[in-house]
Ligand binder design. Sequence first.
Ligand code: FCB
Length: 450
Amino acid sequence: MPDDLASIFPAEFVWGAATASYQIEGAATEDGRGESIWDRFSATPGKVRTGDTGLVACDFYHRYREDIALLRELGLDAFRFSIAWPRILPEGRGRVNQAGLDFYDRVVDELLANDIEPFVTLYHWDLPQALEDQGGWVSRETVDAFCEYAQVVAERLGDRVGRWITHNEPRVASWAGYGSGAHAPGRRSKSDATAAAHHLLLSHGRAVEILRDAAPKATVGITLNLHSVQADGDDESAAEVARRIDGGDNRWFLDPIFRGEYPTDVLELLGDAAPPVEEGDLAAISTPLDFLGVNNYSRLVIGGGGKPLRNSNAVYTDMDWEVYPDGLYEVLVRLRDEYAVPTIYVTENGAAFGDIRGHDGEVLDPERQDYLEGYIRAVGRAVQAGVPVSGYFVWSFLDNFEWAHGYSKRFGIVYVDYPTLDRVPKGSFHWYGDLIRRHRAAASPAAQTG
Ligand code: FCB
């Protein structure tokens, strides 16, 4: 592999940055937006660190022009953002709020005017609270509500948006939202979690067709968070636990989407908590996709006794996640070998570190730069091994509301000074922009013939 990272990737490789509505927009009560489960959850004492909420967040709602100018400065090909369902249908279904659609209309136009391709995620966890009050994702009716929402958005933006991601990380939305309760809506029930996961997947499958019909240019995918789960050494209990975790975290989502079935070993373990699958559900869930989005940050190693193992030689991020770029490579190769995935985008990858703004106003983040370089190199290795990876999105463009951690974790390549909301591009921003420029130069016809 060439030393120069920029020359590894094919000319058409897409460089992007990713965000999500609740994490950046703020303006939570403006222009007719309804309440979301994250508004309710973060307003509940004890749920989010230091009581942080998304009420203001990065104020992207008002500052999107300035932010898109920064994306342009970075030289990005694509920007991944999500739509807040409660801005579009404040009660979850029925009444459409035009002001909400208008906002995303402006964002899309501003991106296109700057030559940046929008990658739109329909659901990045901010369910309208009104739907949660009627059962949330545990209820099958929420699938119909999601289809209604997908239709409304696709009709409005589909003439200009070509890339659609139905859901972001259904595993986290279901297990953390309905199983462990660490995320909104904060329920704690195994069978609620599996029902929620199933309905998220079903709503994905149904929405694929809706998007293709309503948005003529649509190429459609879903984003899963996948990680490599490894057993340390030959310990049998470690291998068994690793297989179990891989089943729940990875195969539980990949198998229905790409094979039309849930993994039998996980179904057996679930017993009575297995999801309420009806006839035709798995056929809908396995509707062929144009691409798969992959979010990956770290790996999991299981040691003796089936306990997670800490690697004393490794660097850990501020989330306490091990820096392990080979894990992303392993995930990508597996998607080709075991699931024959046609096209992959890495839709999130990045790192939180405790960034500090110096007296000179600058933010230097060499750890993040190293992290990104290592992981992008791993993506390059996968591309060279013939895995069909078409693009890479750094998480995240801006420091933002990191769910139950509030504002305490900074993932951005742009620092957000929360008291003033000033944006300060970090060292990693300049490094990433430089990589993108060098890639373009290496890929230009002049460079190839010259
Ligand atoms: C992913 C989420 C994203 C962000 C990163 C750090 O699980 O999709 O919103 O919180 O983790």
